[in-house]
Ligand binder design. Structure first.
Ligand SMILES: [Zn+2]
Ligand SMILES: [Zn+2]
Length: 380
């Protein structure tokens, strides 16, 4: 038995398990075939594995110390004797233990990826939001290149296995850190991790598998959408690299301001201004609603700030049907710039109603305070 396992690992014959393990780790990192592929180094790598296999196992170490060779019990020679056989654990076990099971097994990444979602803003009027509409949209997105069908290779050519990483998509590398030498894998620089290279890229898309194009889409806008509502059009977004499946297109609604109506939820609000006389005597005011002209009934004695709901004249509920209300807020205008006759008439009205010195009206809770103030004012 020629091989001196202690010499192979560079440890003394009385070295402890920790020392043996440390020595092996250091050597294994240095001599790993991924780091140092030359045949002599690989031979030495096998030796240190064999040495470790024996010396790390107290029973085998004892056999060895007594002059036997635990790796070749039949005396068939040492080299190559380690492995999966009698030892019970094999080459790949050792590799996994030190370099991680994932090493080199992640595989190349696909050239085909899902595309991104796209978003487009669409302005609509209040009427369109209330009742729904259909719109034609111009969208600029990436679409699959028809010249190469998304493959990225020029017609008549095809992608080929990368010779630098042999199709694995990654290469291994040893870097020095404060922990010692660390083996890392990184994407293959030649193929960017794809495992394949495209020798002659498609001239139309430069190998991306997609090109930008303008399309016209017809979009149905449901009744009840609001500012910021997003309508999702599945698969109408950007086609992915390599002709991958398209993302979704989101149409975001922007509602333009209406000259008459303000929207709050599905209700609409507007203000009508009427003269004091009309508020007092009652009248009808024609109002252009979303459903045409309607007469708003102002009842006699309507106060400023009162509101009149027109039920079901608002925006359609997006879910569940039905419609919101149209709320008409009344603003009573006090007459100004009175001529002599009008002023006389109003004074007469005031006298008739006993309002020459109006007492005013306060909210019920303020009544007590008001009477005290009045008393103070009148000197009583
Ligand atoms: Zn192409
Ligand atoms: Zn490669």
């Amino acid at each position: 038995m020629a091989t001196d396992y202690y010499a192979v690992l560079g440890v003394r014959r009385d070295a402890g398990q920790d020392e043996i393990k440390k020595a092996f780790r250091r050597l294994a990192r240095e001599l790993h075939p991924d780091v140092n592929p030359d045949p002599k180094t690989q031979e030495r790598f096998k030796e240190i594995n064999a040495a470790y296999e024996v010396l790390s196992d107290p029973q085998k170490r004892q056999v060895y110390d007594l002059g036997g060779d635990p790796l070749s019990p039949n005396g068939g020679g040492g080299a190559g004797g380690f492995g999966a056989g009698a030892a019970g654990f094999g080459f790949s076990d050792i590799m996994d233990a030190f370099f991680g099971a994932a090493s080199g097994q992640r595989g190349p990444r696909s050239r085909t990826r899902r595309g991104q979602d796209a978003m487009i803003r669409l302005e609509i009027t209040l009427e369109e939001a209330a009742f729904g509409t259909t719109k034609e949209l111009q969208v600029d997105t990436a679409v699959t290149c028809t010249t190469c069908s998304g493959e990225g290779a020029a017609p008549g050519t095809s992608a080929q296995t990368c010779d630098m990483c042999r199709g694995k998509g990654e290469v291994s590398q040893v870097t020095r850190s404060f922990l010692g030498q660390v083996m890392t894998s990184r994407p293959c620089p030649q193929c960017q991790g794809f495992g394949t290279v495209v020798p002659t890229p498609c001239p139309e898309c430069a190998g991306d598998g997609r090109v930008r194009a303008r399309r016209t889409l017809t979009v149905k806008i449901p009744a009840g959408v609001d500012n910021g509502t997003r309508i999702q059009l599945a698969g109408e977004g950007e086609v992915g690299p390599g002709g991958g499946p398209a993302g979704d297109l989101y149409v975001e609604i922007a509602e333009t301001a209406h000259p008459t109506f303000q929207r709050r939820g599905d209700d609409l609000h507007c203000t009508v201004t009427i003269p004091m006389t009309a508020a007092s005597l009652g009248t009808q005011v024609p109002l252009q609603t979303l459903d045409g002209i309607e007469e708003v009934d102002i009842r006699p004695g309507t106060q400023s700030g009162q509101s009149i709901p027109l039920h079901g004249r608002g925006i359609t509920h997006l879910r569940g049907g039905g419609r919101g209300d149209l709320i008409v807020h009344v603003e009573v205008q006090t007459p100004t710039k009175l001529d002599a006759e009008q002023e006389e008439l109003l004074r007469r009205l005031a006298v008739l109603r006993g309002e020459e010195r109006p007492s005013g009206q306060f909210a019920p809770g303020q009544q007590g305070l008001f009477s005290r103030l009045k008393d103070a004012f009148n000197g009583r």
